[in-house]
Every structure is written in structure tokens, then in C-alpha cells.
Design a protein around this ligand. Structure first.
Ligand code: HEC
Length: 292
């Protein structure tokens, strides 16, 4: 099998391109995915911070205001956990796939009960109390989501007034929440986790769109180079060599009146053409001498 110069160039060029294209797409894809995850994690952390802010605002500013009324009537609005859950609930109405939950194994308000996957997170945090945060990815009905979980720990004895035994809790509270759940918590126990879940499909789609644009533009540059290379090889090399070889053939058959070799220019092929021209005139005078 024989290959023309252009074909050989193209084979090498295509091979280099295929390897480069594959490697670039792998690396770029990895970077973009990483970036999408980092972006999502950032939104999750902002939400977590917002929940913590609602908690501390309630404890510092709402509870003192309601002190007198709380003696007669139980107001869940004074509970930091309730405030955080409600506040984030309002915020996330616009973003239905986002969620915030104070997922608890034995919750006072049953809406806080940890789902199976959340209970796994709580148990991991209970087993490793040194962990301050768990980050991970899971698949939901609407696509992949990133979660961040932070432990909910009973750090103050004051909490146990309402979370140890029903009789210690205000009657106004047990009238609303009952006596069966949200009790029996221990000092320093990790009873649950704040869990923020943020969908990743939009950032991932964006990453894919960016990858496509990037790889398409690479393909465009390649196509352009490919065409330019072939035109260059044709005009600067192949065309001239073909012509030279045709003339050399004619000369070798004794046709000394064939057209002249093209001797202008200063590149290697012009030098070769000059050599041929010289050889041709030497050959012509040698023949003439023989004829005489
Ligand atoms: C005055 C009683 C009271 C005190 C004191 C109290 N809580 Fe609660 N806690 C509640 C009530 C009531 C709820 C349920 C609120 C709701 O409806 O969301 C609750 C909910 C929670 C939840 C969410 C899970 C669940 O049980 O529904 C966590 C976590 C929690 N409390 C932790 C604490 C911590 C930590 C402290 C101490 C800093 C504390 N609580 C002090 C009454 C109390």
C-alpha cells in the first residue's frame, strides 16, 4: 500500500488530534464537573448559614420579646428550630427542588422526622462526633442532588427542659406536641442533622453546554488547520514535485526540448530543481558530443 505525502501528513495529524481531543475533553469535563459541584456546594453552604442566622435571630431577639406571652401560651415561633425551618421553607418556595430539614431521629414535630437516607447521615454523625460536616451526592427523582449535613447537638442543659421528659416540659407545649416524641434526648447527644439538599442538574447541564461549546470550537480550529495544511502541502510540495518528476521523466527519455525546470525560489525544492536543470544541460551536452 502506498501513501502520498499528504496522506502521511494527514494520518499523523489526525492521530495527534484524536489523542489530543480525547485527553482535552476528559480533563475539561472533569474540571467543569468539579466546578459545578463546587458552585452547588457554595449555594448549599449559603442556605445552611441562612438557617443558622434564623436560629440565632430567634433565640436572641424573638424569645425575649415573647417571654410574658410564653407563660400562658406556647408559641412555636419562639423555637429556633421552627424559625429556621419556616424561614427556609419560605425562601425555598421559589426553588422547589431545594430543601432544608432539621432531620431528627426522635423529633418533637413529626415533620422533622429523618427520612431513611437522612437517618443514615445522622447515624454517621453520631458515630463520628468529631465530624462537623458531611457532604455528598445522591440521586433524587429530579436528578442528582448535593447534600450538606451538620450535626444538631444538645450542648446546653437548658434544652433538656423541653426535650428530656414530658413532665419537665411546659404543659402548653405537650398540649400541642403530645408526650410521645421529642423526649429522652441526652446532654451532648447528636439528635439529628441540619440537612440542606441542592439539585445539581442545572449546574451540570451548564457544564455540559460549556464542554460542548469548547470541544466544538476545538473541532473548528482543527478543521481549519486540516484544510490549511492540505492546501500548503499541495502548493508547496506535491504540485512542484509532481511537475519536476514529470519533466525528469521526459528528460530521461531524451526529450531535451521539454519545458525548463522551475528554478526560482530559495527553498529545498528550488535547489533540487536547479540541480535537475544543471544535470539536464550536462546530459544534453554529453548527448550532443556523442552525436557528433
Ligand atoms: C421551650 C421548650 C424548648 C426548649 C427549651 C428547646 N426546644 Fe427544641 N423544640 C421545641 C419544640 C416545641 C420543637 C418543635 C418545633 C416545631 O414545631 O418545629 C423543638 C424542635 C427542636 C428541634 C427540631 C427537631 C424536632 O424535635 O422537631 C431541634 C433539633 C431542637 N428542638 C433542638 C433544641 C436545642 C438544641 C435546644 C437547646 C438549645 C432546644 N431545642 C431547646 C421545644 C424546645
Amino acid at each position: 500500500m502506498t501513501f502520498s505525502i499528504a496522506a502521511k501528513f494527514n494520518i499523523v495529524f489526525l492521530t495527534i488530534f484524536a489523542v489530543g481531543f480525547g485527553a482535552t475533553s476528559l480533563v475539561t469535563n472533569h474540571l467543569l464537573q468539579e466546578n459545578a459541584r463546587e458552585e452547588t456546594l457554595q449555594s448549599a453552604r449559603v442556605l445552611m448559614q441562612s438557617a443558622l442566622a434564623a436560629r440565632s435571630y430567634t433565640a436572641a431577639q424573638i424569645v425575649p420579646l415573647l417571654e410574658t406571652r410564653l407563660k400562658y401560651e406556647f408559641l412555636p415561633q419562639s423555637i429556633p428550630s421552627f424559625a429556621a425551618t419556616e424561614h427556609l421553607g419560605q425562601l425555598l418556595k421559589q426553588y422547589p427542588d431545594f430543601s432544608y430539614k432539621e432531620a431528627t431521629l426522635n423529633p418533637t414535630n413529626l415533620r422533622d422526622r429523618a427520612a431513611d437516607w437522612e437517618a443514615d447521615l445522622v447515624n454517621t454523625l453520631r458515630a463520628k462526633p468529631a465530624l462537623t460536616e458531611l457532604v455528598g451526592q445522591r440521586n433524587t427523582a429530579t436528578g442528582p442532588a448535593l447534600y450538606v449535613a451538620r450535626p444538631l447537638q444538645i450542648k446546653s442543659q437548658a434544652c433538656l427542659r423541653c426535650h428530656s421528659v414530658p413532665d419537665a416540659a411546659p404543659k402548653t407545649m405537650t398540649d400541642i406536641y403530645g408526650r410521645n416524641n421529642g423526649f429522652g434526648w441526652k446532654h451532648m447527644e447528636i439528635v439529628g442533622a441540619q440537612v440542606v439538599s441542592v439539585p445539581m442538574d442545572v449546574p451540570l447541564q451548564r457544564a455540559r453546554a460549556m464542554l460542548n461549546t469548547y470541544m466544538l470550537s476545538m473541532l473548528g480550529i482543527f478543521a481549519f488547520l486540516f484544510i490549511a495544511l492540505n492546501i500548503m502541502v499541495h502548493y508547496f510540495v506535491t504540485r512542484r514535485i509532481t511537475r519536476m518528476s514529470r519533466l525528469a521523466d521526459q528528460v530521461s527519455l531524451g526529450e531535451f526540448n521539454a519545458e525548463e525546470f522551475e528554478v526560482k525560489g530559495s527553498d529545498e525544492l528550488s535547489a533540487l530543481a536547479r540541480s535537475f536543470a544543471r544535470m539536464r544541460s550536462s546530459l544534453a551536452s554529453a548527448m550532443k558530443m556523442l552525436d557528433e
